[in-house]
Write a protein that binds this ligand. Structure first.
Ligand SMILES: [Zn+2]
Length: 481
């Protein structure tokens, strides 16, 4: 679709692009002849802009355990990539059945839930992610932005064009966003063969050093290729990263020279995979539940992941006592397993017994005080146990940390509302809208917060600064075009 854009429509789209999205003032002008070399900071500014559109219009997975998992896995690989020093990374999952993963400028790496579902081991997922991380660390995206502006510009334009339409007509916009996003990914990420080779080489090295099984690279490529035979359209990842026999053999030869995998797979990977698997409809959900439950009752359900699946389905079907019993058993077997611990807490919350989750959440939080799923689940349990003030304090401690999930501001605003801190509710809503790219909405919330904070000098100063910051961004956009 991108090649069909005429240069006229391109200019038109681009002109509106930067005036509509939440651009930071520092966003570089890609087309100017003076900016031949894109600095890391400039690349970051472009990425920061993209992610706002991603957050606003793509169906992201917000499950705190899944968000935490994909970031842990990502950073395990980043640590083993020698060129990743001083780079920022942020990993996210898109609820999308297709097989795809991609890197945006600035270290933002997205993985479709369909890719996680298709991976049979953590090594397979690590293979794809290690490859995408390498595209970032080797500056393949930045170089494309520099050298092949004719390709990246329409990509950027169509991507953000989707946002423009969406702001006026949400339904059409999201549809356009989906195609534009695919188009953008393809244009941005159709790397040269050399770049692909380099990403393969560095990605496989990083995953092997992190303890994963390097042979999974070749294995997963092959599996994708085989799956493709019956499809009219290959998986997106293969369209943007064409695989041929040479590439598979290269990967296999490289894997043979590497040490044996220490941790080829993990229980966490399979548990998260299960969490991301949604039953397609109520009927399927009940059928799956019935079959697992029958085996469980016959003492035939020995697989831990299947037991966990049964617990999740039980909770969903409001068989709360069953869910709690299974999860308590799983947690007792592995008390260091964060997924079991948080899932048990969630089951208590769903059963409207949130106070039973408080003691073990609190004690675990002492060991890992910055764990995102722990903070979110503990705060939720506190609010539901009528201790919203304590939840407010906890969330205030963490919501403003760098790279924090915007969802934390939403929960914070709920805690503030329940505990009577009304002017703070608007402030947190404003922060949430700001972080997800809705500047006008954020402005309205900060203005409300300002009027409500009549007698709080500090709060007024804070609101005024925030309003000024947004107005500055809006002014910069107006003068730029
Ligand atoms: Zn690639």
């Amino acid at each position: 679709m991108i090649s069909k854009l005429t240069s006229f429509s391109l200019t038109a789209i681009l002109t509106s692009v930067l005036s509509v999205t939440a651009a930071e003032q520092k966003l570089p002008e890609l087309g100017s002849s003076t900016s031949r070399t894109l600095s890391v900071a400039q690349e970051q500014a472009i990425g920061d802009e993209y992610i706002l559109g991603v957050r606003r219009y793509l169906p992201l997975v917000h499950d705190p355990l899944a968000v935490d998992y994909i970031n842990h896995l990502g950073f395990k690989l980043v640590e083993q990539n020698p060129d990743a020093q001083d780079r920022r990374f942020y990993f996210f999952i898109i609820q999308e059945p297709t097989l795809n993963a991609f890197a945006l400028p600035g270290g933002y790496i997205g993985t479709h839930s369909g890719l996680i579902a298709a991976a049979e081991s953590e090594s397979e997922l690590a293979a794809v992610m290690g490859h995408e991380i390498a595209h970032v660390t080797q500056r393949h995206l930045a170089r494309r932005l520099e050298r092949q502006q004719q390709l990246s510009f329409p990509a950027l334009a169509s991507f953000i064009g989707g946002i423009i339409v969406a702001s006026q007509n949400p339904e059409a916009g999201i549809g356009m966003m989906a195609t534009a996003n695919a188009g953008m990914q393809q244009a941005m990420i159709n790397h040269t063969r050399e770049n692909e080779k380099e990403a393969d080489r560095i990605g496989i090295l990083a995953m092997s050093r992190a303890g994963f099984d390097p042979i999974a690279v070749a294995g997963f490529f092959e599996k994708m290729q085989q799956a493709t035979r019956y499809l009219r359209r290959p998986p997106e990842f293969l369209m943007t990263h064409p695989v041929n026999q040479t590439r598979i053999s290269d990967a296999r030869a490289r894997a043979r020279q590497m040490p044996e995998a220490r941790n080829p797979d993990s229980l966490e990977f399979h548990l998260i995979k299960t969490r991301l698997t949604n039953a397609t409809n109520e009927q399927h959900l009940r059928a799956e539940y019935k079959s697992l439950k029958a085996r469980f009752d016959d003492n035939q359900l020995n697989n831990e992941v299947e037991q966990y699946r049964l617990a999740l389905l039980s909770s969903e079907l409001e068989a709360h006592a069953d869910a709690i019993a299974i999860l308590r058993q799983l947690y007792l077997q592995r008390q260091r397993n964060l997924i079991y611990l948080v899932s048990l807490a969630e089951a208590y919350i769903a059963a409207q017994q949130p106070e039973l989750a408080l003691p073990f959440l609190k004690s675990e939080l002492k060991t890992t005080p910055t764990s995102y799923p722990l903070i979110m689940t503990y705060a939720r349990a506190l609010i539901d146990s009528k201790q919203a003030e304590a939840a407010r304090e906890l969330l205030l401690e963490h919501a403003y940390a760098q790279n924090q999930e915007p969802q934390m501001f939403q929960l914070l605003s709920e805690a503030q509302s329940q505990s009577g801190y009304l002017h703070e509710v608007h402030e947190s809503q404003g922060q949430y809208l700001f972080a997800t790219g809705d500047l006008q909405g954020a402005l309205a919330q900060f203005e409300l917060a300002l009027t409500r904070a009549k007698n709080d000098g500090y709060a007024r100063t804070r609101m005024q600064a925030k309003i000024e910051q947004i107005n500055q961004i809006l002014r910069a956009r107006r003068t730029r075009h």
